[in-house]
Design a protein around this ligand. Sequence first.
Ligand code: ZN
Length: 438
Amino acid sequence: MSIRSGILLKLSFSVITTIAAQCAVAADQASQPIVLKAAHLFDAVGGKLLDNGVIVIDARKIKSMGNQGPLPQNARVIDLGDATLMPGFIDAHVHLSGESGDDWYKDFFDGIKRFPAEQALYGAHYAKITLEAGVTTVRDVGSSDYIALGLRNAIRDGMIPGPRMLVSNYAIGSTGGHADQDPIPPQTIAVAGTIKGICNGADQCREAVRYQVKYGADVIKFMPSGGVLSLSDPVDNVQLTQEEMNAIVSEAHRWNRKVAAHCHGDTAAKMAIMAGVDSIEHGSFLKESTLAEMKKKHIYLVPTLSALNGSGFKLDKFPPAIAMKAKAAIAQQTIMFQQALKVGTPIAMGTDAAVGRHGRNGFEFELMTNAGMKPEQALIAGTASAAELLGVSDLTGSLVSGKFADIIAVRGNPLRDMTTTARPIFVMKEGQIYVGGM
Ligand SMILES: [Zn+2]
């Protein structure tokens, strides 16, 4: 045995011992069933609020609901009083690896001088406060330096608290487009290639997808249209050819990855839909005919209303080019969202947290209902529908026996007061309690 393989063997033994110790602790905590009780329950199946909510949790899963059988004798009973038990929220659009503050210029400088390991520690904090906000699953649609991937793995392995994560790694897009770096001279910031998601031509775009999959992406994110927080592109132009979009989507599907398309512009969205995309993110300038086409093909809209709405987004703190684009998108967003409601486009909740602050995900429910969505529809958008879009319906997204015990509770009745979703009093993920229940 070489010295190197000896060290590796020792390392693997210590990793195995650590994991075994964690499993023992987890098994110990999980050995006692938990019964959750609250005045109300919203299971995200029927769309109605039920009274006298009771859920039995055994190990990491929901064992039974309501009056499905006698309660286990040795259970720990947690009575949450006048609250509503609900499935943990699912946010279909976050970036847990970073966060914009109130000052774009400071953020920009902080961003380029921070080391990836340093940034990952910020990410761990954002993951924790996202979970504490009641979000038990997220789809992370774009990050640099594999930080979101690292967070996903560390959370999965029980090293840090956070929501279950599906990650895209680098977002894919054209040179000079919304996925590319700002136009800082190449001697200061190196030009990005396919490994970082930047591609031109169908072959390169396939390669960019393959790189993200190679390094562990669960989902592919790409940029058919311009965006707000980039310096040199229009907000709604088309940034990839139809051939490039077809290559990205077909390649991702070949690897069994769903595809999320960042689209403010309508023409770009139409092209992405033609390519067979699974969701359109933002959608600020989408026309009614496009929203109707999405309904027909069961393509989700992830409206991210909180990204630019009342989330500390101060236009005067941005370069004029970005402020102008933000203003144009804000002006159209609510009109588009109301058209989507009218048409019946499938909607999954997403906040774009990172553009707005992390840990205020529930605010999106308030914005969606203020814009005309029915409260029960909004809650389903952030639970069962988002689970369907992410492809995790068999694991989570509704309170059904056999699914993971991803359960939260909010005070009172959220269908009457949607602001309660912003401050859950109880958060459980896979049977483990992170907020309340003491
Ligand atoms: Zn985003």
